[in-house]
Design a protein around this ligand. Structure first.
Ligand code: ZL4
Ligand code: CA
Ligand code: ZN
Length: 393
């Protein structure tokens, strides 16, 4: 169907499990694991599984999670029950341990299984890259970039990206981490603050005290103290509301192209958070599915082994559009799949508009005012180029 065939000369693997998708953060919580089901269903209705190796993910083991997270955190995460939720009426002063149990990171039924499946998905993807069995490995269930060694943060409990990059580092001398989620990839950045074997780059909305997590300013490039080899290896691209496809793509290609020349990574870890799309419930940008996908296409064009992670994304129909389109880019079928959502797609009505590429007007009532001046974007590029003068391999 649609002439979708296996790409010649390279292998794409897709890592997922329907188990993960059955978990709920709570009725009105913005994070909906069900968006993964919607994504998989769109990928399948376009016939894309025929062009990939499809793996059902296992749960990561305690030892695997322990390669980054502390034992006391994991022990509490594995035993805490929804009844331990601190903010109940009977116990208003009950302490919040490891930031677990608040409204961002609630304790819900099956939480530990959900976390270990998300991590399993990303670890399986990393292992396929390390063994050269995949050239691109897709882990839409991962991408939970805020989790810290001993702390949950921003809907993230286990940092599957850090776990996956630690695997890549067994084989790869230099890993480039790229994060196009609308939020700053603080957990991944911090984990690799003291090494020059990982360069992290996050594009995000930046407005301290107004937008989560408030870190990731232009000048924050890794601690410069005591001959830290990781200094200059954290790149931040702070943006304002309403950035467009044209501006974002130009910025992305300039910055990632320059980093590729200077840093010479041997593998890429790409977090594809879909909350940078126009019309996202938590997002602020004016990106269309095509603009978001263009970043993936550019990364693929560098010809390096790559893991593609999920991440944020709070308007499920747009998350499914973006990640299905990006799956088609990975397998080289993006010019072949029709723009119209297949007639037989389950949940077809859920997409409201039957196209893969809604216009800005279809995505939101009123496009956001663009608060990114060309002058500011040039300043950002100049600063990043200056940082990269300290980096060479
Ligand atoms: C919600 O409606 O900015 C959680 C979170 C739960 C249900 C009902 C509870 C109502 C929006 C967000 C009270 C909600 C109060 N429910 C949430 C400082 C905050 C403290 C918590 O994409 N309140 C914290 C986290 C961010 C904050 C963003 C992005 C993850 C990722 C990778 C994480 N936290 C203010 C908010 C709701 C909720 C509605 C919410 N939380 C929006 N932004 C945040 O980067 C996966
Ligand atoms: Ca980001
Ligand atoms: Zn996000």
């Amino acid at each position: 169907e649609y002439g979708i065939v296996r790409p010649k000369g390279y292998t794409v693997s897709f890592h997922a499990t329907p188990e993960m998708e059955r978990h709920h953060f709570g009725q009105t919580h913005p994070m909906k694991p069900w968006r993964l089901t919607l994504t998989k269903s769109l990928v399948t209705s376009y016939g894309m599984p025929f062009a990939m190796d499809n793996y059902v993910t296992r749960e990561a083991t305690y030892e695997e999670l322990n390669s980054f997270h502390s034992s006391d955190y994991l022990d509490y995460l594995s035993t805490a029950a929804p009844e331990d939720q601190p903010r109940d009426i009977e116990n208003p002063d009950k302490e919040v341990k490891f930031n677990l149990g608040g409204s961002d990171c609630p304790l819900f039924h099956g939480l530990y299984n959900y976390c270990s499946m998300s991590a399993g998905c990303s670890l399986d993807a990393a292992r396929k890259i390390c063994s050269n069995q995949s050239d691109i490995a897709i882990a839409w269930g991962g991408g939970l970039h805020h989790a810290k060694r001993s702390e949950a943060s921003g809907f993230c409990y286990i940092n599957d990206i850090v776990l996956a990059i630690l695997q890549l580092l067994r084989i790869h001398p230099r890993v480039l981490y790229i994060d196009i989620d609308v939020h700053h990839g603080d957990g991944v950045e911090e984990a690799f603050f003291s090494t020059d074997r990982v360069m992290t780059v996050s594009f995000h909305k930046y407005q301290p005290d107004q937008f989560f997590p408030g870190t990731g300013g232009l000048e924050d490039n890794g601690p410069k103290n005591e001959h830290n080899p990781g200094a200059h290896h954290a790149i931040n691209v702070p943006l304002q509301d309403g950035i467009t496809d044209e501006q974002y793509e130009a910025l992305f290609q300039n910055i990632i192209g320059t980093i590729n020349e200077r840093y010479r990574p041997t593998a890429i870890a790409l977090q594809c958070g879909a909350d940078s799309l126009a019309g996202d419930r938590l997002g602020r940008f004016n990106l269309r599915v095509q603009g978001h996908g263009a970043c993936v296409r550019y990364c693929k064009s560098l010809g390096l082994p790559m893991i593609m992670f999920g991440g944020g994304g709070y308007t499920p129909r747009n998350v499914a559009r973006a990640w299905a389109y990006e799956t088609s880019i990975a397998i080289g079928a993006d010019t072949r799949i029709p723009e119209t959502i297949p007639e037989h797609a389950p949940w077809r009505e859920h997409f409201i508009h039957d196209t893969l590429f809604p216009t800005l007007e279809q995505s939101m009532n009123e496009p956001r005012h663009n608060r990114n001046s060309e002058k500011r974007l040039r300043e950002i590029v100049t600063h990043v180029h200056e940082q990269l003068r300290f980096v060479s391999h």
